[in-house]
Design a protein around this ligand. Structure first.
Ligand SMILES: [Zn+2]
Length: 55
């Protein structure tokens, strides 16, 4: 079996806005547990959802 170098070793999450899986990125290494969205665009959309009264 060939040893292919896969990215599947990296953790994945599913973006709740676009419902697509996204993979760990270096820039998130310190903040991965807080990352919920695949991109800034989705983050804006996600935050735009009124969850509770404005802070
Ligand atoms: Zn997304």
């Amino acid at each position: 079996m060939p040893r292919m170098r896969k990215k599947s070793d990296l953790p994945e999450k599913t973006c709740p806005v676009c419902n697509r899986p996204f993979t760990w990125r270096k820039k998130w290494e310190r903040d991965w547990e807080n990352v919920r969205f695949c991109s800034d665009a989705c983050r804006r959309k996600g935050k735009a959802e009124p969850r509770s009264t404005a802070a």
